[in-house]
Design a protein around this ligand. Structure first.
Ligand SMILES: Nc1ncnc2c1ncn2[C@@H]1O[C@H](COP(=O)(O)OP(=O)(O)OP(=O)(O)O)[C@@H](O)[C@H]1O
Ligand SMILES: CCCCCCCCCCCCC/C=C/[C@@H](O)[C@H](CO)NC(=O)CCCCC
Ligand SMILES: [Ca+2]
Length: 575
C-alpha cells in the first residue's frame, strides 16, 4: 500500500476541494484531526520534476482542536486582508469567487506565544462555501471541553493599570470570534471578585471564571471558587484535616499584574492573547492548592509561594509602595536584602513519597507531566507526628521531620514560581499537580552568600547548591516561630547581632517585646499569623492552560502536522 493510501485510511477525509487563497489555487482537505491546504500549481510542477522545494514549505495545516472559529467572510474582512496595491486585482478575483470562508487558528510563535491567524478561502459557489463552514463547525462542536460562557473579573488597578484596556482590545474580540459569551465585572474594591463568587454569582450559568489582573486577582478568584464549592458541599474549611471538594469550573488568567507568576509558570509566557487562546481551545491544567491554617482557623489558600523571612519582608515593605507599580518589588527587594534579617523557629514536615521525585532531580514539570499523573496515595495524609528529629521509615509509613534553626528565608513553592524576574523560578523542578510542595530552607549566612544564592535564581546555576540551603519535597508542614522574649534575651547577650540591621535587636530598648517575627507571603498577600500549618491539596483546581510546552514538544507538534499533511508528500524516488 502506498504511503498516501495508508494515511488516507488512518485519517479519512471529511471534505476536500480546490479553493482559492490569496488568488492562488489550493487544495484544501479536512479530516477528523486537521485542516490542511497546499498550493495546487507548485505540486504539479514538482511532480513534473521542475521544482524540488520541500513539500511542507507549500502546505499548511492547523490541528482541528486549535481552530478558533470559522465564519463566512464578509466584504469588509476581504478588504482587510488585501494590500492596497493589489486591491483592484483582488476585486476582480472576488467577483469571480464571491463566496469565502475565513478560518481562524492558533499559530505558535516564539517562546510559547500563540497568535490567532486567519486563512480566507474563496469558493466558486455559495453551496460549497456553506458546506465547508458547516462541516468545520460540526467538528468543532465535538470539542465539548471548550467553554461557551464565562464570568470575567477585571482588576482595573493591577500591575500597570492596563487590565481593562487589555481585556477590551486583546481578549474580548477573540472571545467574540469564538462565539464565547462573557459576563464582565470590573471590580470596584479589593475582594469584590472573591465575595461575589462566594455568595452571589450564579455559577450554573458558566463554564469557567476568568481573572484579568495579577496573582492577587487570581488569589481572589481561587478563594471565591474554592470556598463556594466547600460551602455548597457542606465542607468546613476550618477543619484542617477535612477533605476538600475539587472545583468544577476552570479558571483562566489573563495576565495584567506585576509578577503574574501563576500564568507564567502554567503557560510559559505572560501574554494576554496566548492566555485567551488557551481558554478558547478549552485547555485544562490541574493544580495543587495549599491550605493554610492557624490551629483550627482557616487562613488562606496558596498555589505558588508561601514565604517567611525574606519574601515576607519584601512583600510587607512593598505594600507601602503600591503606587510605584511593579518596580516596588525591586526597591523593597534591595531594602530587605540590605536589612539581612533572620528569624528563629521550628519547621516540621511530612516528606513526600520517595517516588514523587525530589526538588533537585532536574525533572521539570512540562505539558502532560508524568509525575503529576501519579497521584500520592491517601494513606499518606494520616501520618502521625513523630517525636524524633530525624526522618525515619517505619513499616513503609512516613513520619514527620523537625528542623530548628535561624533562617533568612523559609519558602514553600508548590509550583516552580517561574516568572520574568526568575525564568526558572524558586524551585525549578517543582510540579504543578503532584500533591507536594518544595520546602526551601535558607539558614543564616553572610550577606554575600545570600546574594550569591539570590543571583542564582536568575541564571543557570543551582540555587540549592549551598551549604546553608536545604530543600525537601513535602506533603504537609508546620512552622512555629520562637517566642519573642527568648530570642530577645539571647540576642542581647550576642554583640554580633547589634548591627542595626536586625529587627529583633535594632536597639536595646525596643528589643524585649518587639516582634522577632517575619510575616508569611502567601501568593503575594500577607498572612496574619506566623505559626501556621500547611497541607497540599492535590489537584483541587483546574486552569485553562496545558502546562509549559517543551521546545521538543513544540517540534513534535510540528511533526504531527507534517505527518498529517503527508498525503501530499512526494513518493520516495524508486529509480
Ligand atoms: N477595584 C479594586 N480596587 C483596589 N484593589 C483591588 C481592586 N480589584 C482587586 N484589587 C486588589 O488588588 C490587588 C492586586 O491586584 P493584582 O494581583 O491584580 O495586581 P498586582 O498586585 O499588581 O500583581 P501581582 O499580584 O502579579 O504582583 C489584589 O490583591 C486585589 O485583591
Ligand atoms: C540582587 C538580585 C536578586 C534577584 C533575585 C530574584 C529572585 C526572584 C525570585 C522570584 C520569586 C517570585 C515568587 C512569586 C511570588 C508571587 O506569589 C508573589 C505574588 O505575585 N510575588 C511576590 O511576592 C513578589 C516577590 C518579588 C521578589 C523580588
Ligand atoms: Ca506541587
Amino acid at each position: 500500500m502506498t504511503r498516501l493510501n495508508d494515511i488516507m485510511e488512518k485519517h479519512a477525509r471529511l471534505l476536500s476541494s480546490k479553493l482559492f487563497l490569496k488568488r492562488r489555487q489550493v487544495e484544501v482537505v479536512l479530516n477528523r484531526s486537521v485542516l490542511a491546504w497546499r498550493d495546487v500549481e507548485k505540486s504539479s510542477r514538482r511532480r513534473s520534476g521542475i521544482s524540488n522545494i520541500s513539500q511542507t514549505a507549500h502546505s499548511h495545516a492547523a490541528l482541528l482542536c486549535e481552530i478558533v472559529a470559522v465564519r463566512k467572510t464578509e466584504d469588509d474582512d476581504q478588504e482587510d486582508t488585501e494590500t492596497r496595491r493589489s486591491q483592484k486585482k483582488a476585486k476582480q478575483h472576488s467577483e469571480q469567487h464571491p463566496y469565502a470562508l475565513t478560518v481562524s487558528y492558533v499559530r505558535r510563535t516564539r517562546q510559547h506565544q500563540w497568535r490567532c491567524s486567519d486563512a480566507t478561502f474563496h469558493c466558486a459557489s455559495q453551496g460549497l462555501c456553506e458546506q465547508w463552514i458547516q462541516v468545520i463547525n460540526e467538528q468543532l462542536s465535538l470539542f465539548t471541553n471548550r467553554p461557551k460562557s464565562l464570568l470575567v473579573y477585571i482588576n482595573p488597578y493591577g500591575g500597570k493599570r492596563q487590565g481593562k484596556r487589555i481585556y477590551e482590545q486583546k481578549v474580548a474580540p477573540l472571545f467574540r470570534r469564538a462565539c464565547i459569551s462573557a459576563d464582565v465585572i470590573v471590580t470596584e474594591r479589593a475582594n469584590h471578585a472573591r465575595d461575589h463568587l462566594k455568595t452571589e454569582a450564579n455559577l450554573d450559568k458558566y463554564d469557567g471564571v476568568v481573572c484579568v489582573g495579577g496573582d492577587g486577582m487570581f488569589s481572589e478568584v481561587l478563594h471565591g471558587l474554592v470556598t463556594r464549592t466547600q460551602t455548597d458541599k457542606g465542607v468546613d474549611q476550618n477543619q484542617s484535616e477535612a477533605e476538600l471538594v475539587p472545583c468544577s469550573l476552570r479558571i483562566g488568567i489573563i495576565p495584567a499584574g506585576s509578577t503574574d507568576c501563576i500564568c507564567f509558570a502554567t503557560v510559559g509566557t505572560n501574554d494576554p492573547v496566548t492566555s485567551a487562546l488557551h481558554i478558547i481551545v478549552g485547555d485544562s491544567q490541574p493544580m495543587d492548592v495549599c491550605s493554610v491554617h492557624h490551629n483550627n482557623i482557616f487562613l488562606k489558600y496558596s498555589v505558588s509561594l508561601l514565604g517567611y523571612g525574606f519574601y515576607g519582608d519584601v512583600l510587607t515593605d512593598s505594600e507601602r509602595k503600591r503606587w510605584l507599580g511593579p518596580a516596588r518589588y525591586d526597591l523593597s527587594g534591595i531594602k530587605t536584602f540590605l536589612s539581612h534579617n533572620y528569624y528563629e523557629g521550628t519547621i516540621s514536615f511530612l516528606p513526600a513519597e520517595d517516588n514523587m521525585g525530589n526538588p533537585r532531580d532536574k525533572l521539570q514539570c512540562r505539558s502532560g507531566c508524568g509525575v503529576c499523573q501519579h497521584k500520592p496515595s491517601s494513606k499518606d495524609t494520616h501520618c502521625e507526628m513523630s517525636e524524633e528529629k530525624e526522618k525515619s521509615d517505619k513499616d513503609g509509613s512516613r513520619v514527620w521531620s523537625q528542623i530548628r534553626g535561624k533562617f533568612i528565608a523559609i519558602n514553600a513553592a508548590s509550583m516552580s514560581c517561574a516568572c520574568p524576574r526568575s525564568p526558572k523560578g524558586l524551585s525549578p523542578s517543582a510540579h504543578l499537580a503532584d500533591g507536594t510542595t518544595d520546602l526551601i530552607l535558607v539558614r543564616k549566612c553572610s550577606r554575600l552568600d545570600f546574594l550569591r544564592h539570590l543571583l542564582r535564581h536568575t541564571n543557570k546555576e543551582d540555587q540549592f547548591d549551598h551549604s546553608f540551603v536545604e530543600v525537601h519535597r513535602v506533603q504537609k508542614f508546620r512552622f512555629q516561630p520562637r517566642h519573642h522574649e527568648l530570642v530577645s534575651l539571647e540576642d542581647l547577650s550576642d554583640p554580633q547581632k547589634k548591627t542595626g540591621f536586625r529587627p529583633i535587636c535594632s536597639t536595646a530598648t525596643t528589643c524585649n517585646y518587639t516582634s522577632a517575627h517575619s510575616s508569611w507571603n502567601c501568593d503575594g498577600e500577607i498572612l496574619s499569623h506566623a505559626a501556621i500549618q500547611v497541607s497540599v491539596r492535590c489537584q483541587l483546581i483546574r486552569l485553562f492552560a496545558r502546562g509549559i510546552e517543551e521546545q521538543q514538544q513544540q517540534q513534535q507538534h510540528q511533526c504531527v502536522l507534517e505527518d498529517l499533511c503527508a498525503p501530499w508528500a512526494p513518493e520516495p524516488d524508486t529509480h
